[in-house]
Design a protein around this ligand. Structure first.
Ligand code: ARG
Ligand code: ZN
Length: 471
């Protein structure tokens, strides 16, 4: 950043007279936060602490409209700054005053406040906007899935720009109040605790609160007609699950899986330590896609995951992410293994506990499925590239790496690491290299070559043989 140099002679004067800031001191915030996988994601120059979204959605027309109020603090002296948003903006205010704004590219909203913003200033940004999210294309794609009775925002690595303005990168996490008004008879589902709901003039408003830092892509909205179940955990956390009324034959299996979230979370607490958030649950909208997503406190599941009957394993995966991915988030998207490797491994641990095959047996099975010349081994889970970010190798080879670690350091250190890591970086961000250092510290063993072979080489390592198995 530009720093004014003070000539020695001017020093005495500068101590007496505040030097007025000149326009040259204020520079534009970067249009990206600096993630090489996704250069347009996020922005520079400020740090968001809270989003307050007050929206209205009409399923018939797909029109979403409302106001986002963003509390942030500048991290540099800003002449202007960007938010990430694809919808159409009608007004922007910064600290109460109208600000100039323009769209730049598909996802950048460039905001120029009436005057420069000094570094370290708390700012409140109000953005009024509207549009049809299903028609907003960023990189040729919409993350808003329109359903027969509503719509859903749930995607990774990005979903926010289709429904609210943000600093769209996990490095800038914030708390959220999401208030959405929908026609009576429909529901709006989001993260955290449903603070209240009320109806007037034919519209019902749902007020959701997520009171722990949350990454923008983990903030979700689903509108539609849902059956809702509520409960409390043994610790008193509110549990809320929502099932589209339109799940057909998958409805029973979806419930038979997701209603076990409390049991799964309790078991995961034994593996990973205390559950990090203020609410628990899951939701299944009537989408046609086939993936699930660890949206914070309330994972998104697709009906297809329950096509063969109950699937508690996917619940284990998404709830494991609450510790590994949501509370401890990637520093950059290249660090995806610290999410997916552990979420997959937790499924192996669940299988082990259920008597359906130990993690070692599953590791042997997965390893045997991929001969040395399988392209599976070309993907480096520790830095897979954006095109392979969700490749099966990030998950399965990623979990094999953890089995190799477990065998190398033994049960005691391994479980200490699984519990210690989410505590060490709770509500923060971390890199793969931070994990390697942490595992070395806890186990007292050098592990660089083990992790290098499993996470960073484009070739098949030796099998993660059980201790003493002597392969
Ligand atoms: N984190 C998600 C999971 O493992 C993956 C989402 C991948 N995104 C996608 N569009 N397939 O549960
Ligand atoms: Zn996952």
């Amino acid at each position: 950043m530009h720093r004014r140099l003070i000539a020695p002679g001017a020093l005495a004067a500068s101590l007496l007279l505040a030097i007025p800031a000149s326009a040259a001191d204020f520079t534009p915030g970067a249009p990206g936060i600096g993630d090489p996988y996704y250069p347009a994601s996020g922005n520079g120059g400020y740090d968001v602490s809270h989003y307050d979204l007050r929206l209205k959605y009409q399923p018939k027309t797909d029109l979403l409209e409302g106001t986002a109020t963003i509390n942030a603090t500048t991290t540099q002296a800003l002449s202007r700054f960007n938010l990430d948003l694809g919808l159409k903006v009608s007004e922007v205010r910064v600290n109460g005053k109208k600000a100039a704004f323009k769209k730049s590219g598909e996802q950048e909203l460039e905001i120029t406040p009436a005057a420069g913003l000094p570094k370290g200033t708390p700012i409140t940004v109000v953005v009024r906007y509207a549009g049809k999210p299903s028609e907003v294309k960023i990189n040729g794609f919409t993350a808003w899935a329109r359903t027969p009775d509503g719509g859903v925002a749930a995607q990774e690595p990005e979903s926010a720009a289709w429904w609210y303005p943000s600093n769209d990168h996990p490095l800038d996490k914030a708390t959220y109040d999401v208030s959405v008004s929908v026609p009576d008879g429909s529901q709006a589902i989001s993260n955290g605790v449903l603070q209240s709901q009320s109806s007037k003039l034919g519209w019902t408003r749902f007020n959701w609160r997520s009171n722990k830092p949350q990454a923008s892509y983990l903030t979700t909205l689903a509108v539609g007609k849902f059956d809702i179940t509520t409960d409390k955990t043994a610790d008193g956390l509110p549990v809320l699950n929502a099932y589209s009324k339109d799940l057909g034959d998958n409805a029973g299996a979806a419930r038979a899986s997701i209603e076990r979230s409390t049991e799964v979370a309790e078991w995961l607490e034994g593996v990973f330590g205390k559950y990090p958030f203020n609410a628990l649950g899951g939701y299944v909208p009537n989408v046609t896609s086939g993936f699930a997503l660890e949206t914070q406190t309330r994972p998104f599941y697709s009906p297809r995951q329950f096509a063969n009957g109950s699937n508690v394993s996917v619940v284990v995966h998404e709830l494991a992410h609450q510790w590994y991915g949501d509370s401890v988030s990637v520093d950059g998207w290249k660090d995806i293994w610290i999410n997916e490797g552990f979420a997959r491994y937790s499924q192996w641990l669940w299988s082990e506990k259920e008597g359906e095959g130990t993690a070692q047996e599953l590791a042997d099975y997965v390893y045997a499925q991929h001969p040395a010349d399988d392209p599976f081994w070309k993907v480096k889970p520790g830095d897979p590239g954006p095109e392979n970010q969700f490749d099966i190798a990030v998950y399965d080879r990623g979990a094999l790496a953890l089995q190799a670690l477990r065998n190398e350091i033994g049960e005691k250190s391994f479980s200490a690491i699984l519990k210690g890591w989410p505590k060490e970086h709770a509500y923060g961000n971390a890199k793969v290299s931070d994990f390697v250092k942490y595992a070395e510290k806890v186990s007292g063993k050098p592990l660089a070559s083990l992790f290098d072979a499993w996470l960073f080489q484009p070739s098949r390592p030796d099998a993660p043989a059980a201790r003493g198995a002597g392969i």
